[in-house]
Ligand binder design. Structure first.
Ligand SMILES: Nc1nc2c(c(=O)[nH]1)N[C@H]1C(S)=C(S)[C@@H](COP(=O)(O)OP(=O)(O)OC[C@H]3O[C@@H](n4cnc5c(=O)[nH]c(N)nc54)[C@H](O)[C@@H]3O)O[C@H]1N2
Ligand SMILES: Nc1nc2c(c(=O)[nH]1)N[C@H]1C(S)=C(S)[C@@H](COP(=O)(O)OP(=O)(O)OC[C@H]3O[C@@H](n4cnc5c(=O)[nH]c(N)nc54)[C@H](O)[C@@H]3O)O[C@H]1N2
Ligand SMILES: [Mo]
Length: 921
């Protein structure tokens, strides 16, 4: 620790570890005016606005305290007449160019706050010419008449979020902030993360919803509540601003995962909870409303088929139907889907309800469609499904591999750290059949053939072993199975793998050397790895890469499967899995089952339950006839929807608990209106294994109730003597049987907000990096499991010549139930689209905006097409969020044999021009 003694305003003070004069003053309780400087979030100081000038004895000119670090014995005066007069002069010059405070865009801005504090409210100087406002973006409003050119938005956009949209252009008097090439913001490449809005000190950049038509701020919060973002596994901490019991704005907090950063969904996507389609009363199916899998919910009129009911009636009906099937057809005739969008406590109670109330292990959730294969491989190899290091470990890595993940779209805030790292010089290698935004920051993008991961990764393993780039000591100390891999991998030479994966042998070698040879290499992966019939094999290769090179268990190394839903890590930990009790205790092991049987006062089913797609199949086979689905939308998210919807429609009894009449709820007998994320308190576990506390921000609308309460009411009616006072009570029970939660108490979470497991001591922070000395397996060693090359289940042929790949877009969440009801998000991406390469579009004679008909062996949809150079030739990429053109009508339900995950990322498709154009002409 470096310490520098100096004098500040007559006092002896100390600057620690390179602190600036401004920072020392702040620590001493003195705040020096500042505009272009943002201490929190901590941006690079630029020193351009000169509002923070201080006098340094012996120096002719004043110094910008935000940037200047003191030297030993320096004498600094921050409030001398000279310093104060300079600070005031800066403010006065800036005030001259601003709209008057009363009519300013944000009279409450940091700028006016400092103007007031320095006593400058008017200016003697003439005002300069003003820029026109820009209303082109649905979320943000640009009013450059208030811009002081402090450059905070440029740093926000380029250095923090690394989106590289905002810049300073033109010269002297004409200089101004621009988006791309001085485009309107709404037409620029802006991804609407809103970091610039959060950083702007004057109101020149504002959330559009806060302003009236005169561009004056009209909304002020009545109160603010600290909670989390409801969308992805990054787990950003958010402060919600509430006015008249409605959320009006979301701002990033300094959470350990996000350090004040947010993305477009977190910042602008909160309003789905206030949408008029929200369920506010329990609904019961009308007796004459037949269930028909081809019948579709009309979003504008979603309540046909149902009548309102009281809670008593709805809960009685819901539970009676389940009891009737359980007692009549047997416990295996029931199944439940819990939710990775709900809290840990909800997930825990839901699986407990299925295991003790329904009586079987037929409980699963969307993790089956997500990282099931990754978890299967990780459990097999390391006996732990969690990440070995947080995503921010990217900042300590020398080489970062991102394979089968598109983080700027799907984990945008995590992606900012990867981009920050690349900017600092880390080598980024992206491996994806599609190019993506991260490719621009990458040292290399390997655009290999879809479905050929094992070939590519085996070639890397082959190179590392044959060139002696392995870490022999690590292999000897911490792994098993290396000799078998060494033997088996011989045949997978880069030359042999080149034609299969389409990457030149020399490139494969080069990347293998980079990964193995670096001081610290880190692998991120996503659905491109897991959603294949060989998903488990794909993940096995990644684990083997880390194990044979020892690139795990140290800072900047590791394996990080980017978890998707905000609580998919927690929901899996809590036991929403058919083969595992909480904390991955196999249901078949009597010794591991016993503690749960004791705690729950009941014998438990020793046989593993059915998975998501297996449950759909079992319904068709007549084996399952009753279901309870909480916070999942399988009628949109399952593969081969015709089949899945057919199953839902075939059920004798379906209870759905959701926020809206989703495509799934449309087939229900009883719909229970639940609490949205912002309407409940509970714990959520992010992709980093960080358990974080979410707090109720507003009350559920109308008669909607807490998920936790609803699950308990169903349990009681199924004969379970439950009596939990609230989430804290449930969490406490969880800590008794879940070693992962040891030393994390509810009180601790209230105090600290976030704790990363595993934790060694109630007073110690959690372990961010695990597997530092081996693995939690019986032998303490990580198991290397070789994989063979196998093709995707359904290859293109003459009839279906192209590859259909499905995934996501930035603005929409999964099945669209939430984000298509968020005004800003739906305005940015309002209609169903598929993406194709310009070459294929020419071949098909379609133009951007034309409709194509996509046909697979399962179904057909018509959808507008967008030209996208990132998509390789012979591929159609489609997000699955659009009910009117549901991608999953097309996808292949073939499963990976270990993880039971369907092959969402690959099936054969035929694309043709739909005849709309002709009809219109
Ligand atoms: N905006 C938004 N964000 C989300 C979600 C959302 O719905 N919307 N969902 C969340 C959830 S639950 C999840 S699981 C995550 C998913 O996040 P990601 O894993 O990033 O998801 P995808 O976009 O489905 O797929 C990732 C990449 O796999 C590539 N890919 C396709 N085929 C192959 C292949 O054969 N091999 C390899 N290596 N790659 C291939 C695709 O081109 C794509 O770029 O996102 C989370 N975040
Ligand atoms: N083609 C294709 N299909 C895929 C994928 C793919 O890449 N391609 N990815 C798969 C993956 S990775 C995943 S994770 C799944 C996701 O599949 P799902 O989990 O089925 O999708 P979501 O839309 O997230 O569904 C969440 C539901 O919960 C409701 N909800 C939200 N918050 C709450 C709450 O607090 N309480 C209650 N009760 N309900 C709530 C929402 O309205 C919504 O209906 O999709 C899978 N399907
Ligand atoms: Mo997911």
């Amino acid at each position: 620790m470096t310490k520098i003694q100096f004098e500040l305003d007559g006092q002896q003070v100390e600057a620690v570890n390179g602190e600036t004069i401004w920072q020392v003053a702040k620590r001493q309780g003195r705040e020096i005016p500042h505009l272009c400087y943002s201490p929190e979030p901590d941006y690079r100081p630029d020193g351009n606005c000169r509002a923070c000038m201080v006098e340094i004895e012996g120096e002719r000119v004043l110094a910008a305290s935000c940037k200047r670090t003191p030297s030993v014995g320096m004498k600094v005066k921050s409030a001398s007449p000279r310093a104060v007069s300079a600070q005031k002069m800066v403010m006065e010059l800036l005030v001259a160019d601003q709209p008057a405070r009363a009519t300013s865009h944000d009279p409450d801005s940091k700028f006016w706050h400092w103007a007031e504090k320095t006593g400058v409210t008017e200016s003697r100087f003439p005002s300069a010419e003003r820029w026109e406002g820009d209303a082109s973006h649905p979320a943000m409003r640009v009013n450059l008449d208030a811009c002081i050119q402090c450059g905070l938005c440029v740093r926000a956009c380029r250095e923090v979020q690394v989106n590289d949209v905002i810049g300073m252009a033109y010269r002297s008097h004409g200089s101004k902030i621009v988006f791309d090439f001085d485009d309107p913001m709404g037409e620029s490449t802006c991804v609407a993360c809103g970091e610039c809005v959060q950083a702007c000190p004057t109101g020149a950049l504002m959330p559009a919803v806060m302003l009236d038509e005169n561009q004056t701020r009209v909304t002020y919060a009545d109160r603010k509540v600290d909670s989390l973002c409801p969308f992805c596994g990054v787990g950003c901490q958010v402060t919600y601003e509430v006015k008249d019991e409605k959320i009006i704005y979301a701002e990033g907090r300094d959470g350990p995962a996000n350090h004040n950063r947010l993305c477009v969904k977190g910042r602008f996507g909160f309003d789905y909870i206030h949408h008029p389609h929200r369920l506010t009363k329990p609904l019961v199916r009308l007796p004459n409303a037949k269930k028909d899998s081809n019948d579709q919910v009309d979003p504008a009129n979603p309540f046909t088929h149902f009548r309102e009911a009281s809670w008593e009636e709805a809960l009685d009906l819901a539970a009676k139907g389940l009891v009737r099937i359980r007692d009549g057809k047997g416990v295996k005739a029931l199944a439940g889907f819990g939710s990775a969008k709900g809290s840990n406590e909800e997930a825990y109670l839901f699986q407990k309800l299925v295991r003790t109330g329904f009586g079987s292990n037929n409980v699963d959730h969307c993790t089956r469609l997500c990282h099931a294969s990754s978890v299967a491989a990780l459990m097999e190899g390391l006996n732990s499904g969690a990440v070995s290091a947080p995503f921010a470990a990217a900042m300590d890595a020398e080489v970062i591999i991102v394979i089968g993940a598109n983080p700027t779209v799907n984990h945008p805030v995590a992606a900012t750290y990867i981009k920050n790292a690349a900017k600092r010089g880390a080598k980024l290698i992206v491996m994806d059949p599609r190019r993506q935004t991260l490719s621009r920051h990458a040292t290399k993008h390997l655009q290999f053939k879809p479905g050929s991961d094992v070939a590519m990764l085996n070639a890397m393993l082959n190179t590392i072993i044959s060139e002696g780039l392995t870490d022999e000591q690590y292999i000897a100390g911490y792994t098993e199975g290396f000799d078998e891999l060494k033997e088996r991998i011989k045949e997978f030479t880069p030359e042999k793998m080149e034609p299969i994966c389409g990457i030149p042998a020399e490139t494969l070698r080069e990347v293998a050397r980079m990964y193995a040879g670096s001081r610290a290499s880190l692998i991120f992966w996503g659905m491109g790895i897991s959603q294949h019939v060989h998903g488990t094999d794909n993940a096995r290769c990644l684990i083997a890469l880390a194990l044979i090179t020892g690139q795990i268990g140290r800072p900047g190394t590791g394996l990080h499967p980017l978890r998707g839903q905000n609580n998919v890590q927690g929901a899996s930990d809590a036991g929403l899995i058919p083969m595992f009790l909480p904390d991955y205790q196999p249901v078949g092991r009597p010794d591991l089952r016993e503690p749960f049987e004791k705690l729950w006062h009941q014998d438990l089913d020793p046989v593993r339950g059915l998975t998501v797609v297996e449950i759909m199949n079992a319904i068709h086979a007549g084996e399952i006839s009753g279901m309870y689905i909480e916070g999942e939308n399988p009628a949109m998210s399952d593969p081969d929807l015709q089949h899945a919807r057919g199953a839902l429609a075939k059920l004798d009894h379906l209870v759905v608990q959701d926020l809206f009449v989703t495509e799934t709820a449309f087939h229900a007998d009883v719909i229970l209106p639940a609490s949205a994320f912002a309407e409940k308190s509970g714990t959520f576990t992010n992709t980093d294994r960080r358990v974080q506390l979410a707090r109720e921000v507003v009350k559920p609308p109308g008669d909607a109730r807490q998920d936790l309460w609803i699950i308990q009411e169903i349990a009681k009616r199924m004969g379970l003597p439950w009596n939990y006072a609230g989430p804290a009570d449930v969490f406490t029970e969880m800590t008794e049987v879940m070693p992962s939660l040891h030393n994390i108490s509810w009180e601790r979470l209230v105090r600290e907000g976030a704790v990363t497991y595993p934790v060694d001591d109630p007073d110690k922070p959690g372990n961010e990096i695990i597997f530092t000395t081996g693995f939690p397996t019986a032998s303490g060693r990580g198991k290397i499991v070789p994989a063979n090359v196998s093709p995707p289940d359904e290859l293109p042929d003459g009839e279906y010549p192209m590859v259909l790949s499905t995934g996501r877009v930035l603005e929409h969440w999964h099945t669209g139930s939430m984000t298509r009801r968020s005004q800003v998000l739906d305005q940015i991406e309002p209609e169903a689209v598929a993406f194709m390469s310009p070459k294929d579009m020419r071949k098909l004679q379609v133009w951007p905006g034309d409709k194509v008909r996509l046909q697979t062996r399962r179904g057909a949809v018509e959808v507008k097409v967008r030209s996208d150079r990132d998509v390789p030739e012979n591929m159609v990429f489609m997000p699955f969020c659009y009910a009117e053109a549901a991608a999953n009508l097309l996808t292949n339900p073939a499963l990976d044999p270990f993880g039971k995950i369907p092959e969402f990322k690959f099936c054969a498709v035929r694309a043709e021009r739909a005849e709309v154009r002709a009809a219109a002409e």
